[in-house]
Ligand binder design. Structure first.
Ligand SMILES: *Cc1c(COP(=O)(O)O)cnc(C)c1O
Length: 428
């Protein structure tokens, strides 16, 4: 789409929606028609199918009581494995390499406890300075548990501009002191996509184990973890995957590591046929199931089934294509309509480096977000000056994007944001 030929009319937005082969998926979701939900990267909306699979879980509990573990259509005892299998296409893995379990941060603890094996000179962990705080806290505490001082043993690659981290700088930091690398697939603020294939190759050339946090890419873009040879990955399922607040997360471990004992063991790490032997000698599962700890949180797991069925139908490649068109359209509209209002587009522009959201920077971002919410456009604010706008490919429309940007323009023209204080809420 050349700049000269950009059509900024509302009719064009409606036309794009008419041509959208994924448009019907919007009907699968509970959408508030009087508002524009652009925060699917923080908490995805409820779908009718996720509601149904949650409902089915409730019914199986009513019907079978404890028998639900092994009886009924979806025996609970095997659900984590089944949902791992269903998640595998989203991360480009083999079914046995994926398990639905735990929560994001707990899963990171598990993976670092398993794969961080300091030895000789190789004692450090490599991350980046823009990473989500929870991940950093987990890495720091894992270092302390092994008796290392985080200030010295956690190496964080610098960002040149507070938005992105250069792959070249990460590779330069892969010294012979690094034992483990943990990086995000997509930066949670700027939406930068890291080249996971290249980073994995470079890490392995140097004999370093590497894993990724997929929180901002799972359900938004395709991965080929298994083919790339990535050692491990983990993610939440409540953002683009729409499985509900605090839903059970996911772990991937490359098949070459399957059979290794988990760093944090529990009885659900067991080979399923041995688990009820009640032996004090753990026989770990030979699948990614070994990285489970205790009894699965069935109520938080159940909605994932319905959510993943939707992804099976829509296909992650088609969703990524639509997502790129939506975010491109949003950036084009921002440039067309909001030129002189002090906004800067803080996400990378190129398709292969741009995740699922647009990141607008503005000195008044906090109160502009408050004004957007007062106008029923739901963005999220990220300290200190960022507005994340996520048109989710499963349920947002080009018309949503057009309306949101025009509402934003009105807020700026009328200086509506000046009614509010320029500070964030408790959860923002
Ligand atoms: C959302 C997110 C998390 C959240 O972790 P929880 O344990 O689910 O609270 C962690 N890391 C990243 C990069 C995230 O975006």
């Amino acid at each position: 789409m050349g700049k000269q030929s950009f059509d900024a009319s509302k009719e064009h937005a409606l036309q794009l929606d008419q041509q959208d082969e994924l448009a019907s998926f919007r009907d699968e979701f509970y959408i508030k028609e009087d508002s524009i939900y652009l925060i699917g990267n923080s908490l995805g909306l409820l779908s009718k199918r996720a509601e149904k699979s949650l409902e089915n879980l409730k019914e199986s509990w009513k019907e079978y009581g404890i028998g639900g573990w092994t009886e009924g259509e979806n025996p609970w005892f095997y659900m984590s494995e089944k949902l791992g299998e269903m998640s595998a296409p989203l991360v480009g893995a083999k079914p046995e390499e994926v398990i639905a379990t735990g929560s994001t941060t707990v899963d990171l603890h598990q993976l670092v406890a398993t794969f961080y094996k300091p030895e000789g000179k190789k004692t450090k962990i490599l991350a980046d300075e823009l990473t989500f705080p929870s991940d950093i806290f987990a890495l720091q505490s894992q270092l302390k548990l092994k008796g290392y001082e985080p200030a010295e043993h956690l190496v964080q690659v610098k960002s040149p501009d507070g938005r992105i981290v250069e792959e070249d700088d990460i590779i330069d930091a892969m010294t012979d002191e690094i034992a483990l690398i943990m990086l995000p697939s997509v930066m949670y603020r700027s939406g930068q996509v890291l080249d996971m294939k290249r980073l994995t190759e470079e890490a392995h050339k140097r004999g370093i184990t590497i894993g990724f946090d997929l929180c901002h890419s799972i359900g938004a873009l395709p991965h080929a973890l298994s083919e790339w040879g990535a050692d491990f990955a983990f993610w939440c399922n409540y953002k683009y995957v729409n499985a509900g607040p605090g839903s059970v997360a996911g772990i991937y471990v490359h098949e070459k590591h399957l059979g290794e004992a988990p760093g944090l063991a529990g009885w659900f790490s067991s080979d399923k046929n041995k688990q009820f032997d009640m032996d004090h000698q753990l026989t770990p599962a030979t699948t990614a199931g070994a990285f489970q700890i205790g009894t699965p949180h069935m109520l938080s797991l159940a909605p994932l089934k319905g959510s993943l069925e939707i992804f099976e139908e829509a296909g992650i490649d088609r969703l990524r294509k639509k997502s790129l068109r939506l975010t491109q359209y949003m950036m084009d509209l921002v440039e067309h309509e909001l030129k002189d209002y002090g906004f800067e587009i803080g996400n990378p522009r190129e398709d292969h480096r741009r995740g699922g959201h647009v990141y607008l920077e503005h000195p008044e971002a906090a109160r502009i977000c408050t004004a957007l919410k007062a106008n029923k456009v739901i963005p999220d604010f990220r300290n200190p000056n960022g507005i994340r706008l996520t048109p989710a490919a499963l349920y947002n429309t080009f018309e949503d994007v057009w309306n949101a940007i025009h509402i934003l323009k009105r807020i700026m023209d009328e200086e509506q944001y000046k009614q509010y204080e320029n500070k964030r809420g408790v959860v923002a």
